[in-house]
Design a protein around this ligand. Structure first.
Ligand SMILES: NC(=O)c1ccc[n+]([C@@H]2O[C@H](COP(=O)([O-])OP(=O)(O)OC[C@H]3O[C@@H](n4cnc5c(N)ncnc54)[C@H](OP(=O)(O)O)[C@@H]3O)[C@@H](O)[C@H]2O)c1
Length: 325
């Protein structure tokens, strides 16, 4: 497989997969105590994993200011160090948080807040520009989205960001951002169990990259089965929007569907996780999955999917047949 994909209209080249940096932020929670992180993390292992990913050719990293209430950006900036210019950095804004209590306190969709948030992200990441700046409030008012799109054009003109995107599963909201010439992507959920045909069609039509969050169905497509989850792990007390987990761990129906796909996903010597990434690449040449990670072993396995390439059209059809879609 080619070792690069292009981020939509921007012409910015990235490795075919990026690394998702939510889990490496560590523990944080909502005001009412809902865990929003993925449990405890070891920062030294994170640094080793990021550097291993760089050595394996990964050049795209997706984080957000709110992951670990700033900690994900800080540890990512530290891990990249002098190699910052070797990578394309994506982060997000819109959520408001208190780093002292590691708590999400709300959201802010004003242009004033966006400028303040950008300054803070630049400081934590140790850089003078963000390559892809993403609006994190997926359901925000589209009229407010239009104001933020225009602000992002100003930020591009000032050299503070290179391109921008809305992280949303709603094609209408993504289209509001897409009217801006430097909007280059939409970040949305996509994995072999959760297709997104409308958004993929829109990316094709508008020339946007499709950046894919939850490509491993929050670990389900990487071997996460029923069983205890750490108390600080969001999957231990899944919020209403989260699919695939109930209060007792992985949902039986989802596990059964992963089992039904095992043979086709593990073709060509792939692991299930590598097969899940291969499905995304085969689904559209515009896709860039961003699997989460928290160890060198996960980094190596996920980066190892690149050389095995996409599934074939026949395998995609077989998957649709097995899932009855
Ligand atoms: N609204 C938004 O903008 C939004 C929302 C969600 C995510 N995202 C972005 O998308 C990224 C990825 O999505 P996601 O965090 O939902 O989950 P995901 O990529 O579907 O799953 C990641 C999890 O799977 C497990 N895993 C990963 N590689 C593995 C491997 N090779 N073997 C075994 N287990 C493995 C790890 O958790 P365990 O080891 O603990 O099982 C990891 O944290 C995030 O990091 C974030 O950057 C954005």
């Amino acid at each position: 497989m080619t070792t690069k994909r292009t981020l939509g209209r921007s012409g910015i080249e990235v490795s075919p997969l990026g690394f998702g940096c939510w889990a490496i932020g560590g523990e944080w929670q909502s005001a009412d105590g809902q865990p929003l992180g993925w449990g405890k993390v070891d920062d030294e292992e994170t640094v080793r994993a990021v550097r291993r990913a760089l050595d394996l050719g990964v050049t795209f990293f997706d984080t957000a200011d709110v992951y670990g209430t700033g900690h994900s950006e800080t540890v990512l900036g530290r891990a990249l160090g002098k190699r910052r210019d070797d990578v394309v950095l994506a982060t997000k804004w819109g959520n408001v948080f208190d780093p002292d209590t590691r708590t999400l306190t709300g959201g802010d969709d004003t242009t004033e807040y966006a400028r303040r948030a950008l300054t803070a992200s630049l400081r934590r990441l140790g850089t003078d520009h963000i390559d892809l700046y993403q609006f994190h409030l997926s359901d925000a008012d589209p009229a407010r989205g239009a104001e933020l799109r225009d602000l992002c054009e100003e930020l591009v003109g000032e050299g503070l960001i290179r391109a921008y995107a809305w992280s949303t599963d709603d094609p209408d909201r993504a289209a509001v951002f897409a009217e801006g010439p430097h909007c280059t992507a939409v970040q949305h959920a996509l994995n072999v169990l959760q297709d997104a045909p409308q958004l993929l069609e829109m990316c094709e039509r508008m020339g946007l990259a499709s950046i894919n969050r939850s490509p491993l169905a929050m670990g389900l497509l990487a071997g996460r089965r029923s069983g205890p989850l750490e108390a600080g792990d969001i999957r231990s007390r899944p919020p209403a929007w989260m699919q695939g987990y109930d209060g007792d761990g992985a949902d039986d129906d989802w596990v059964a569907r992963v089992d039904a796909l095992r043979d086709v996903l593990t073709s060509g010597g792939r692991t299930v996780a590598q097969g899940a990434l291969a499905w995304i690449w085969a689904r559209s040449p515009r896709t860039v999955p961003i699997p989460g990670f928290r160890s060198v072993a996960q980094a190596e396995q996920n980066a190892g999917a690149i050389e095995k390439g996409p599934l074939t059209a026949g395998q995609l059809a077989e998957i649709d047949r097995v899932l009855g879609r």
